[in-house]
Every structure is written in C-alpha cells, then in structure tokens.
Design a protein. Structure first.
Length: 87
C-alpha cells in the first residue's frame, strides 16, 4: 500500500516526537470523531497521547497527537475496510 498524506504533522516536544493522528485519518478517509473516541478509550494510547498547539498560516490549531514510536501499533489496529476505497 502506498500512503501519501497531503499534510503529515510531526512535532518534537521535549525528548519525544509526536504525530497528528487526525491528519492521517483524514488522508485515509476514516471518520475522525469515532476514531478519536476509540483512541481515548485505548489503555496504551490514551495515557501517552496529548493535544499540542500547531502554528499554521491561518492561526494556531490544536492537534491530538501520539508518540511516533506508537504509530505502527496504532496503524495495525485500523481495519482496512474503514479506509477510503481509493487507498
């Protein structure tokens, strides 16, 4: 599978690299609100996830982010049938 996100947001916060999960969900065509609820309930992701303010041209925006080292495990938990058909 080839994955090309229009925007992939990553931030170095202290010693930890974080990635914005909403941007990835949007690129895959997956419903963000329901997946956010799933992440918040996850015993592994929830304690390490956080909201980070990202500066954009149109003004600062808050983004829910998870540590980069958790990204592969998080992606493995997404059901393929939820992806946009063109992926």
């Amino acid at each position: 599978m080839v994955f090309a996100a229009p925007i992939l947001v990553a931030v170095l916060e202290g010693e930890e690299n974080y990635v914005s999960v909403k941007h990835i969900y949007d690129a895959m065509g997956i419903n963000w609100p329901s997946q956010y609820t799933k992440i918040i309930k996850d015993e592994s992701l929830s304690p390490r996830g956080c909201v980070i303010t990202i500066p954009y041209d149109g003004g600062d925006q808050n983004a829910y982010m998870i540590p980069l080292d958790m990204m592969s495990g998080w992606l493995m938990g997404i059901q393929v049938k939820r992806f946009r058909p063109t992926i």
